[in-house]
Design a protein around this ligand. Sequence first.
Ligand SMILES: Cc1cc2nc3c(=O)[nH]c(=O)nc-3n(C[C@H](O)[C@H](O)[C@H](O)COP(=O)(O)OP(=O)(O)OC[C@H]3O[C@@H](n4cnc5c(N)ncnc54)[C@H](O)[C@@H]3O)c2cc1C
Length: 381
Amino acid sequence: MNFDFTEDHLMIQQSAKEFAQEAIAPSAVERDIKAEYPAEIVKQLGELGFMGMMVSPDYGGAGLDTLSYVLAMIEISKVDASVGVIMSVNNSLVCYGIEKYGTDFIKEKYLVPLAKGEKLGAFCLSEPEAGSDATNQRTIADKKDNFYFLNGIKNWITNGHSADYYLVMATTDKSKGHKGISTFVVEKDFEGFGRGKKEDKLGIRSSDTSSLTFENCKVPAENMLWEEGKGFNFAMNTLNGGRIGIAAQAIGIAEASFEAAVKYAKERKAFGNPIANLQAIQFMLSDMATKVDCAKLLTFKACALKDSGKPYFKEAAMAKLYSSKVAVENALDSIQVHGGYGYVREYLVERYLRDAKITEIYEGTSEIQKLVIARSLIDGK
Ligand SMILES: Cc1cc2nc3c(=O)[nH]c(=O)nc-3n(C[C@H](O)[C@H](O)[C@H](O)COP(=O)(O)OP(=O)(O)OC[C@H]3O[C@@H](n4cnc5c(N)ncnc54)[C@H](O)[C@@H]3O)c2cc1C
């Protein structure tokens, strides 16, 4: 076991940190208030290689390991978790899914521009009646000649308004239940594709989330990923890696909350002394720091398993379950350390709490993570 990062890991961490501080931080508060999508920042992230970090250089990616991606995600999310989720969806759901399950044609056509950050991707599984129960897909794909015609609605899609390419799960054979679901790459300009209104969210407000509509949306048969009937397995396998990205996003928020609390505790005086001298405050800071370290260890372990080709279902679920809980707890504790100042926009910690909550919900709620973990413990899967 080795707890040292390589020179390369440290370099990636440092460059993500510098970019986050210089290019993302200055506009984060305003974008949160206005719920404004960070188009220019996402473009720059692409130019720096942060949008296809784990994709092979053969397909325009940076060819890095999962730990590199996680270190960058933590630094970006520490400054703005909205940018974190945009990056996470493109890297660990869309690029990963296409690289692993796409044909050469799909990889050349779609993965290369996605990995280079020239195009943006979205992952479309959730529907009005299919959230935790993702098997309950109502979007239908009917085949006619060399095309599939998609009809249905997708809900809550991150990058819904901004993406160019959408990975869409749809039912190709209703009689087969979840074994009748398939995955398609849909372009924003395909006939019959539409975007619903942008959601007005509690947190990660600068990322865009929307519903999507498919009305006889005409998709070439060659745009199917993996094979017919494998869409549910595709979604579960891809979300498995995605959870490591969301764990990293949560760690970023948890660490930012902790650092803000330490800084404030040293500055704020009560009863003639800095509140950092009070044991009640010290205990909160100790708990916050310990939790961040635990979350990192779980997440780094999931990265190591993934990169060595071993199963990581349970570990990715544990990393997300724990890191997201810590993000919410640390944000709450940081507000407590800030007292009344923690409750207003002037200090960043109220945003950390609003941003933290979603990490317990998307890419599988905490309850679903517990089911995944329990299944692995009981069935050994
Ligand atoms: C901001 C945002 C961005 C999102 N981005 C995307 C995206 O890009 N792509 C995408 O496909 N989806 C996305 N989602 C959807 C997200 O993944 C779902 O909201 C999530 O999976 C939960 O589904 P649901 O909202 O339907 O809740 P439900 O499934 O209805 O769950 C409601 C409650 O019941 C609990 N519950 C349900 N089933 C069980 C069970 N078997 N055991 C115990 N408890 C259970 C849940 O844990 C939860 O507490 C996003 C959501 C949001 C809010």
